[in-house]
Design a protein around this ligand. Structure first.
Ligand code: ATP
Length: 123
């Protein structure tokens, strides 16, 4: 079974794409097979190097949306890509809106090495 930090990597990390086009979210959300069953209405991809994202676990501690205490806000803005399911989009042709943002991110961290496990938001 995949670990939570592995799931975080495929769901939220994309350090590689050089040009983000309007069809980015359709491609990424398709590719990552999140459209099986109920599709994910919102997903963020982080366009930064992994060590920079993992380092957020040691930056500003903030309360999580679910009130757990293990969330951390990045001290600098990060390049993120917001994928939002468009209204009226139905199986099997899910259509996502792609929006590029530069914002501090908030992630939840867990485990011995304190790895990112959940994307809590951006501010
Ligand atoms: P994501 O939330 O990253 O978009 P997801 O919606 O598929 O992905 P979640 O269940 O929200 O999955 O979170 C991923 C994992 O993070 C879960 O295993 C959850 O238990 C864990 N987790 C740890 N700490 C928190 C927290 N403070 N808030 C939410 N999830 C957390």
């Amino acid at each position: 079974k995949e670990s939570r930090d592995e799931k975080f990597l495929w769901q939220h990390m994309d350090p590689a794409t050089s040009t983000v086009t309007a069809s980015y979210c359709n491609q990424m959300m398709n590719h990552q097979n999140m459209m099986v069953g109920p599709c994910k209405p919102v997903n963020m991809f982080i366009h930064e190097l992994l060590p920079d994202v993992q380092a957020v676990c040691f930056q500003g501690n903030v309360p999580c949306k679910n009130r757990q205490p293990n969330c951390y806000q990045s001290s600098s803005k990060m390049h993120i890509i917001d994928c939002h399911l468009k209204k009226g989009s139905k199986y099997p042709k899910y259509n996502y809106q792609t929006q590029q943002l530069q914002k501090p991110i908030i992630v939840a961290c867990e485990c011995v090495q304190y790895e990112t496990v959940h994307f809590d938001g951006s501010v």
